[in-house]
Design a protein around this ligand. Structure first.
Ligand code: AMP
Ligand code: MG
Length: 394
């Protein structure tokens, strides 16, 4: 199924480094200089010529002090030493650092502790030993982590090219729905999908996701969905796509020029899902209202499509070993919520967490994701390997 490829690639924009965490890097980041850019002192202490120390000399006259941030000094007298601080340039003419903890410093002399042994280049982080100037230190195609921020900053980039954030609109439909914090009556249902979908998207870095709640009224749906379509790259609707008398969403979308790519998938949960492309190729994901269905469909179809459009490399597929035998009626792919753990032999195991129905979403809290059980098979024995989809790592 080509849903993952249906969202057109997002443009590139430049952002300040401070705003870059979580965004998808769209340029290679290359080393500005060797790393470290000079032979870097790794301990507070003294810098000496190793040959002098090796010849048996233990007492060194302190000729100068070299702090971090000072220009390189020279050790002109090989019998002397230069006091050095962590992060300083190694003084020219020296090739060994002795930490202050091993010294007795008195009246302009440093005396090395008895029995202390060392080697040439000890406590010196050699120039270019991490990487060389010009090498690619970060490839494009990954979400920028805090560690990447350090690398980008070390390369001297104050701004960086990333994918534009998609404008996403999340729309909950249903007369019965009442948002949390508002008074509710017996016949009504708490609106939970919208906030959950927005949270799922935000966790993946998609933060431009306004939510709207629409009643099951054809005209109202048409007007508001049209407005959202003109504003957004991607629409995610929940509810109103099944066979009920108030399930107006497919017809309204068709009337607005959203071309249906498919309606219904042979899977459980999430069978009634509708997917289409708007006049500007906006992807329209109309998810079933059942909470388990809408969360699974968002994780399974919407997030991968958004990541792909953002230029993010796909993650390697994961597999887990099923902990219990499960039996399903054939012909439908089943997405079964699971908790995972690694057993004592290091094997990743998935324990099914049964949801009562696709409306029983309380059971999803505490699950790590779901396993995909192929439609061709109806009995999956404990111990078999199955694809695992984690909520957090699409
Ligand atoms: P629908 O797909 O509109 O037929 O809705 C299927 C079931 O999911 C119904 O029980 C709805 O009340 C429920 N539902 C629909 N949308 C939401 C929502 N946003 N939050 C919680 N439950 C919902
Ligand atoms: Mg409904």
């Amino acid at each position: 199924m080509a849903i993952a490829e249906s969202v057109p690639p997002l443009d590139v924009e430049e952002v300040a480094l401070a705003d870059a965490a979580g965004r998808v890097l769209r340029q290679p980041v290359c080393a500005e200089r060797d790393q470290p850019p000079f032979d870097r002192v790794m301990m507070d202490g003294i810098a000496v010529e190793f040959a002098t120390l090796d010849s048996g000399q233990r007492r060194f006259r302190i000729a100068a002090t070299q702090h971090a941030g000072d220009r390189e000094q020279s050790l002109s007298d090989p019998a002397g030493c230069i006091e050095v601080m962590t992060g300083a340039v190694l003084p020219r003419g020296s090739d060994c650092v002795i930490p202050v903890e091993r010294l007795l410093v008195n009246a302009g002399f440093a005396e090395v502790e008895e029995g202390y042994e060392t080697q040439q280049f000890r406590f010196i982080h050699k120039q270019g030993s991490d990487f060389r100037e010009g090498v690619e230190v970060l490839p494009p195609g990954n979400a920028i982590t805090p560690m990447d921020i350090a690398v980008i900053a070390s390369c001297g980039l104050g701004r960086v090219r990333v994918s534009r954030l998609p404008v996403v609109r999340v729309i909950s439909t249903g007369n019965e729905l009442v948002a949390a914090g508002r008074p509710i009556e017996t016949h009504q249902i708490r609106l939970s999908n919208g906030p959950a979908l927005v949270a799922m998207l935000a966790r993946q870095g998609f933060t431009d996701c306004a939510h709207d709640h629409l009643l099951d009224n054809e005209q109202l749906l048409a007007d508001r969905i049209e407005a959202h379509l003109s504003a957004a790259d991607v629409l995610i609707l929940s509810g109103g796509v099944s066979m009920g008398k108030a399930d107006f969403v497919p017809q309204v979308l068709a009337d607005l020029g959203v071309t249906k790519v498919f309606h219904k998938i042979s899977q459980r949960p999430g069978k009634p899902m509708w997917f289409g492309l708007g006049p500007r190729q906006q992807a329209v994901f109309a998810l079933p209202g059942n909470p388990v269905s809408s969360l699974v469909c968002c994780r399974q179809y919407v997030l991968p499509a958004l990541h792909r459009a953002s230029g993010r490399h796909a993650r390697a597929a994961e597999v887990a070993v099923l902990d219990e035998t499960v039996i399903f009626e054939p012909a439908l792919t089943n997405f079964l919520p699971v908790r995972v753990h690694t057993d004592t032999s290091g094997i990743l195991r998935a324990s099914p967490v049964s949801t009562n129905t696709s409306g029983d979403f309380a059971a999803l809290s505490g699950t790590d994701g779901y396993v995909e059980l192929a439609r061709e098979i109806s009995k999956f024995n404990a111990g078999c390997q199955v694809p695992l989809h984690r909520w957090d790592t699409p």
